[in-house]
Design a protein around this ligand. Sequence first.
Ligand code: NAD
Ligand code: LMR
Ligand code: MG
Length: 603
Amino acid sequence: MWNHLRFAAANLARSRRFSTVNPGPCIVHKRGADILHDPWFNKDTGFPLTERDRLGLRGLLPPRVISFEQQYDRFLNSYRSLEKNTQCQPDNIVSLAKWRILNRLHDRNETLYYRVLIDNIEEFAPIIYTPTVGLVCQNYSGLFRRPRGMYFSAKDKGEMMSMIYNWPAEKVDMIVLTDGSRILGLGDLGVQGIGIPIGKLDMYVAAAGINPRNILPVMLDVGTNNEKLLQDRLYLGLRQPRLEGEEYLEIVDEFMDAVYARWPKAIVQFEDFQMKWAFKTLERYHKRFCMFNDDIQGTAGVALAGLLGTVRAQGRPLSDFVKQKIVVVGAGSAGLGVLKMAIQAVSKMTGCSELAAKSQFFLIDKDGLVTTERNNLDPAAAPFAKNPRDIEGLTEGASILEVVKKVKPHVLLGLSGVGGIFNEEVLKAMKESVSTKPAVFAMSNPTMNAECTASDAFKHAGENIVFASGSPFENVNLGNGKVGHVNQANNMYLFPGIGLGTLLSGAHLITDRMLQAASECLASYMMEEDILNGILYPSISGIRDVTAEVGAAVLRAAVEEELAEGQGDVGPKELAQMSEEETVEYVRRNMWFPVYSPLVHEK
Ligand SMILES: NC(=O)c1ccc[n+]([C@@H]2O[C@H](COP(=O)([O-])OP(=O)(O)OC[C@H]3O[C@@H](n4cnc5c(N)ncnc54)[C@H](O)[C@@H]3O)[C@@H](O)[C@H]2O)c1
Ligand SMILES: O=C(O)C[C@H](O)C(=O)O
Ligand SMILES: [Mg+2]
């Protein structure tokens, strides 16, 4: 009975969605077969007869017109048959087959693709994003059929300013850029890393409603140090070792200058750069261009929101965050970004210096506990290194197990990229945590690189833990009707809102204050009741709602900082006059939604 009612309600909501949106016309400069081969305009069998006449399509399609709803159902039916027919196949084969069928739709008909994606984001995110996108990158040269995005290589030096005009869209709002040097936890994948900007931008469209005509995935191919790829005869990138030093920076500089010469208002998200270049480029560009580094800054905001959530999950006031002992495993761009933001939060809460605020945090890298006694201490990790005087019973290089046993932390957080590093012993040691509800965050991606699985975490660290992972895991059945909730602590909860909020604010920079606002917004998003049940982040199915709130928080922070210049008819004055609710509504109204627009031909 209840199921039936829910089903009827879902159908009603769906038919409303299909019928109520009344799109404005869309100008197209092509005719005939050229339109059918352009995924931005193509409607396949959905072109109405009048449009077929106007655009020279008559005779190029079978005579019957199929509605958008029928096309949608037909796609989902093929997807379901694929699922049924591959039931006994290995997971990787099935995931790649699912990616292929979605990718083919993406290449053919963007409107239908994004509609399917938006409506079923929880189901499809693991295919177009982590973990399957990792597998796609690993196999990209073999999977390649049609190009997507732009490729700038070391061989294009001196040409980028003209190359940027090869991109067919007049306007670009959002660019995701990688050099392929640290793809998820999979290492250097060279040119094959392009899958990551494509997947991130798909999330921008799905979660933030950025118009797909205004996005641009970019690969900067400066070579690869991956020997296997260099030997692979199908490898599609430059067959040379990575550029280093000034030679490398000259390429990135030239690309950034070219982008901002053509699209001065674009936002560039740096993604999956190896640590040295992630920090260097952030420092080099953040005061010059509207850019951010998602692995350092987006991840930090999501992790901080989760860490604050774990305090609430213990039934404690947020101010208790300053007393939480947190062990971070992984001193790379992500781990250090998290530490920096978390320490800033403690310092803000207590009013003490960042030096004093860091006493509760412990940092571990591949050589163990990071202390000031470390030989060749990495300057980026140095601010978080422990003074041996302050860590009685622990020494430089202590293992994760030793640190967990000694510190008994409230939170054990992994951003190491090393699968299974939170082994049985480490997880069992978390049972001695001083917290009533210890937290295990296995944030590395993709799934096989997670520091532990969800089931191992609940099995060994205890059923009362709070668990989060970077890639999705199923909730864990704990027996007796109890469920171990799995949170997905992934920067996808923030980057879409950071991008959209910045875009609508018209700010020409992305500041720490704007990023903090994003994190604070996510931290306060969940209700007490959910948090007490270990649910730290909202469901992905509601990602547009989350993004509207996060985007509004970022926009308001830009207004407060007097950076907002507005966009279109809405100037800084109008933005400043909006209430919080009005800002959220404004952000929501500016989200693109996929429907077929009437096409009007213009020469
Ligand atoms: N969940 C998310 O939103 C999110 C966001 C960003 C990055 N990540 C993931 O975090 C991981 C790391 O990313 P990064 O950019 O910081 O990488 P990175 O290469 O910059 O850093 C990796 C760090 O892990 C340390 N490490 C390696 N082996 C270790 C070991 N055995 N024990 C302890 N530490 C070890 C290294 O010393 C280094 O400090 C990747 O798997 C990435 O996918 C997840
Ligand atoms: O891509 C993701 O899923 C998150 C993050 O940016 C990562 O590098 O792992
Ligand atoms: Mg990343």
